[in-house]
Design a protein. Structure first.
Length: 169
């Protein structure tokens, strides 16, 4: 259940960080990782982040439990391969995503904002899991309930959730 790395957001997952951990690709969540929940626009920081990885040649794959229509629209706009309704945390979806990039699960960073979908599934699949701070507080009720459990497991109310995360101040 533990992420290998906790980051403030995607911007902190630079090409250099990937190299430092021997990673060759990224499997990416959408809601509250890439965009705010239900939104289609990227923040300038995330757009810059994406541009940096394009320049570095990092292969990226979008893996989301969101409906296929939403996932397809974002994937088309960003010109990235994607799988919607991916049924995370099922590990098969992470393996499929890694395979689509021509990589083994251990060679990809599985990045997301939720412990019970992104981190749990990514860990079982053998990916290098990266937990990012959710972009916004707006979430489905179902997710909000899972957040309560996340807090319990991570041992601290709110973010920073997790002991490997350096204090912000
Ligand atoms: Mg998410």
């Amino acid at each position: 259940m533990r992420p290998k790395l906790c980051l403030e957001g995607l911007s902190a997952l630079t090409p250099e960080v990937l190299v430092a951990h021997g990673l060759l690709g990224i499997v990416l969540d959408i809601d509250n990782t890439l965009t705010a929940h239900g939104q289609y626009t990227l923040s300038p920081q995330v757009a810059d982040w994406l541009a940096r990885h394009r320049q570095a040649g990092t292969p990226l794959f979008i893996l989301s439990n969101a409906p296929p229509g939403r996932v397809r629209r974002i994937a088309q706009e960003l010109q990235l391969p994607a799988l919607g309704l991916s049924r995370k945390p099922l590990p098969a979806s992470f393996r499929r995503a890694a395979q689509a990039l021509g990589l083994g699960p251990e060679q990809v960073a599985a990045v997301g904002d939720q412990l019970f979908t992104d981190v749990l599934g990514g860990n079982v699949a053998g990916c290098f899991t990266v937990l990012v701070r959710p972009i916004s507080r707006r979430e489905r009720l179902h997710t909000r309930l899972l957040r309560l459990l996340e807090r319990y497991i991570l041992g601290e109310p709110g973010w920073p959730h997790y002991p490997v995360m350096p204090p912000r101040e």
